[in-house]
Design a protein around this ligand. Structure first.
Ligand code: CDP
Ligand code: MG
Length: 765
């Protein structure tokens, strides 16, 4: 053991990270080029010499604003349990604060006076687990991308010392000390570890996003901190609303990282734009033609729009010929595979020939790039002023994602992205008048715009019974809470007193919406849990992450709009794609069509080329298959039987449809004489989404999703029978509190019919 290992590091002794986390070995000169003044440094996390890349990145890191405030930060944290840290996006909060804890093993420094490095047995997974640092991210993409970056900075393999955990994907191990996880995942962990005992430090990052899960974590951590004086909490946020956090956490100290933003010139359009997508593409081309060197960031609202824009930009720039430099157009959205996400960090392409016009990188992104991810080299930002946002109407229980105007605060953040490395320009595709008059100052917290059924179930599971007095930073409307309690009561997850039932306990263990988990949990009773598992996985495997406050699902408890996006429909092959889809079609409904696709995928050995030939998204199916395996594990934990009805039995599909209804009896629509569908109880006029596979218009349908557009659509529907409503969900279809409508009259008849049958049965006996 070398002398360096005996070296004592005093509490809060701030030294260059390499001297603490590295074991210094005398170099024999020829050993390696990773030397630091003739001394080769060994990364003590994995015992390997640091790579050259490590030193390259280290130089960059030392220039980040946060780096210079390490010492002050530690001093403040020493004296306080909670600290609020605000700083411009890109100042190094997410990467440097976390790695600060990591590299100093600060967790130990904080708790073991006179900490001696070797006192911590880094080989003991048990000890490591109890000193973890958890850093939450509202977005899956950010959790993955940032953890990968920090692993690189620390020169360790991702998933070992530094890892991440998002819904349905855990990339961490017993060795993991620093874990990035979605806020929803931390909530899930709290369900089994209420005091978050594996953590010594919890960092709630991107607090300004005010996602549903982060808001719940605020209230939860406030309680946990009282019971765990040894736990430290860091709340990190862009420079928004910081005082509000401070007030909420009992005047915790606020530290500001001085921003180093370069000036950004803002341009508005003279007239409102009719088509923001077209305007955005036009602006990109203009910039590429007329503006000096520098990369471009375009904000759009979702996957389809982004892919469309990328294609068009590439085409239009191609049309300009070689009077302009080459471009590299890269999309960024949550469902993009990790390897593709990484491409946003690639450098701009070099000129085609020496001395020719230089190349440009063009990133077309959702809100992810607004504050969660920083792309260096962006000089031009194009902001059409929209993002997809979740809206909830508790009266009709409809939650949807709508493309809506952003807030002034968002617009400000977006423009800031242009001035990270040098002075930049931001092109707002709306008028200055519209900015001043139409945009709200801030985005509303998600908790005020969400269906809270899932949140309430989680809170109940966490042992929080008194929801009215739970310390929400912004309490949701009482009506929304009541609606959530009511839904959970109808599902049987809560009893009439509002206590969690046995069924509710099991349901809360599934990282799914309550209706979906109910359907799964009761599926063995309908002898079709194998099939319901496949359908559930197909419904949640490929989901669209909420872009504004972090889609999807987030994560575990993120209430997501589930989009079974497994069908590919390329512009140039619409007809072939539709024919392919029709081959999977099941006339009784889309859920069954999804089941057919899944079965065909498995029968064809999960072959990517089979997927390609059949216009099926291989990635979506692979994801669904993975989700299915995880759901199977949860089923096994609760001894829920895996079973199927004989495929040749006429009950095979009937049982599946009944099981679907058992979870989704609150999402039923009835075909009126007028030829329209009305949602049951809420009486909203809806239309079957054109993507449906039915060959007829069933009298009753269950729907998975309500899509709000100019027409109200119900998407992913299945044919069910009125009798089943009476049999499976009589408590919900109790006609005493049912609005007058055709459906009610039909149900009255069905109840009478059942009554007669019962009578006859009794007489027969
Ligand atoms: O959290 P905050 O917005 O304050 O900054 P950060 O995410 O910690 O990023 C700090 C810097 O690290 C960025 O400005 C980038 O220069 C760099 N970075 C990177 O190059 N690649 C990543 N995947 C993440 C960060
Ligand atoms: Mg950050």
């Amino acid at each position: 053991m070398g002398t360096e290992r005996k070296r004592k590091v005093s509490l809060f002794d701030v030294v260059d990270e390499t001297s603490v986390s590295a074991k210094i070995v005398k170099s024999n000169g020829a050993m390696s080029n990773n030397t630091n003044g003739g001394i080769s440094l060994i990364n003590r996390w994995n015992g390997k010499p640091y790579s050259q890349r490590y030193y390259d990145i280290l130089d960059k890191r030392k220039n980040l604003p946060v780096w210079h405030q390490k010492e002050e930060f530690l001093q403040v944290l020493k004296k306080n349990q909670v600290i609020i840290l605000v700083g411009e996006t890109g100042s190094g909060k997410t990467t440097q604060v976390c790695s600060l804890f990591f590299s100093f093993s600060l967790v130990c420094l904080l708790y073991i006076p006179q900490f001696v490095l070797e006192a911590v047995d880094l080989e003991s997974p048990d000890k490591r687990r109890k000193m973890m640092i958890g850093c939450t991210q509202p977005r899956r993409v950010a959790a993955m991308s940032v953890s990968r970056r920090v692993a690189e900075e620390m020169d360790v393999t991702i998933g070992e010392e530094v890892g991440y955990s998002i819904r349905f994907e855990d990339c961490s191990s017993a060795r993991t000390v620093l874990k990035y996880l979605t806020d929803g995942m931390l909530l899930r962990e709290a369900m089994t570890d209420p005091l978050l005992e594996r953590y010594k430090v919890v960092i709630l990052d991107e607090a300004h996003e005010r996602t549903l899960s982060t808001d719940v974590l605020f209230g939860l951590l406030k309680e946990v901190l009282k019971n765990r004086p040894d736990l430290k909490l860091v709340v990190m946020s862009a420079t928004l609303e910081a005082e509000k956090f401070q007030g909420y956490f009992g005047e915790a100290p606020l530290m500001k990282v001085p921003g180093r933003l370069h000036p950004v010139e803002i341009f508005y359009t003279q007239e409102p734009e009719r088509d923001y997508l077209e305007a955005a593409i036009r602006t990109v081309v203009q910039i590429h033609l007329c503006e000096p060197l520098g990369d471009i960031l375009v904000f759009l609202t979702g996957e389809e729009e982004i892919e469309d824009a990328c294609r068009k930009i590439t085409k239009e720039v191609g049309n300009l010929g070689d009077q302009v430099g080459p471009v590299k157009v890269v999309p960024l959205y949550s469902t993009l595979p990790p390897a593709m996400q990484q491409k946003i960090f690639d450098p701009a392409p070099p000129p085609l020939q020496e001395g020719g016009p230089s190349g440009r990188k063009i990133v077309v992104s959702t809100n992810i790039a607004e504050t969660s991810l920083t792309i260096d080299g962006i000089v031009y930002v194009i902001d059409p002023g929209f993002s997809k946002q979740k809206v909830y109407n508790p009266r009709v229980r409809v939650e949807s994602l709508l493309v809506s105007p952003i807030s002034k605060a968002s617009a400000h953040q977006r423009s800031g992205r242009a001035g990270r490395t040098q002075p930049g320009k931001c092109f707002r595709l709306y008028t200055e008048k519209s900015f001043n008059q139409d945009l709200q100052p801030q985005t509303y917290p998600e908790i005020l715009r969400s269906n809270l059924a899932n949140t309430v179930l989680t809170l109940k599971k966490l042992g929080i019974d008194d929801l009215v007095h739970f310390d929400f930073m912004d309490p949701p409307a009482p009506e929304t809470l009541m609606r959530a309690l009511e839904v959970l009561n109808y599902l049987g997850a809560l009893d009439d007193e509002g206590n969690l039932t046995k069924l509710g306990e099991i349901m809360s263990e599934f990282p799914l919406d309550p209706q979906l988990s109910k359907m799964l949990v009761v599926s063995p009773e309908f002898n079709c849990s194998n099939e319901i598992l496949s359908i559930s996985a197909m419904l949640s495997g490929h989901h669209q992450q909420l872009s504004c406050m972090g889609p999807m699902p987030p994560d575990g408890m993120y209430h997501r709009i589930l989009i079974p996006n497994c069908f590919v429909r390329p512009r140039e092959a619409h007809k072939a794609a539709d024919e392919a889809k029709a081959r999977f079609g099941h006339i009784d409904g889309d859920h069954l069509t999804l089941l057919n696709v899944y079965h065909a995928y498995k029968q064809n050995n999960e072959d990517p080329s089979w997927c390609y030939e059949n216009f099926v998204n291989h990635r979506a199916l692979k994801a669904a298959d993975n989700v299915r395996q995880q759901l199977v594990r949860i089923m096994a934990r609760f001894n829920l039987k895996l079973c199927s009805t004989d495929f040749n039995s006429r009950d095979y599909y009937i049982n599946i449809r009944k099981a679907i209804l058992a979870g989704y009896f609150m999402q039923v629509a009835h075909l009126e004489h007028s030829g329209h569908y009305l949602t049951v109880k809420d009486n909203q006029v809806v239309h079957l989404h054109p993507s449906n596979c039915l060959d007829h218009k069933p009298e009753w349908v269950v729907y998975n999703e309500y899509v709000l557009t100019s027409r109200n659509y119900i998407r992913t529907v299945v044919d069910i029978r009125g009798e089943w409503l009476v049999d499976i969900a009589p408590h919900y279809y109790d006609l005493q509190n049912f609005p007058q409508c055709e459906a009610k009259r039909v149900l009255e008849k069905l109840y009478r019919k059942r009554e007669r049958e019962r009578e006859e049965n009794r007489n027969r006996k």
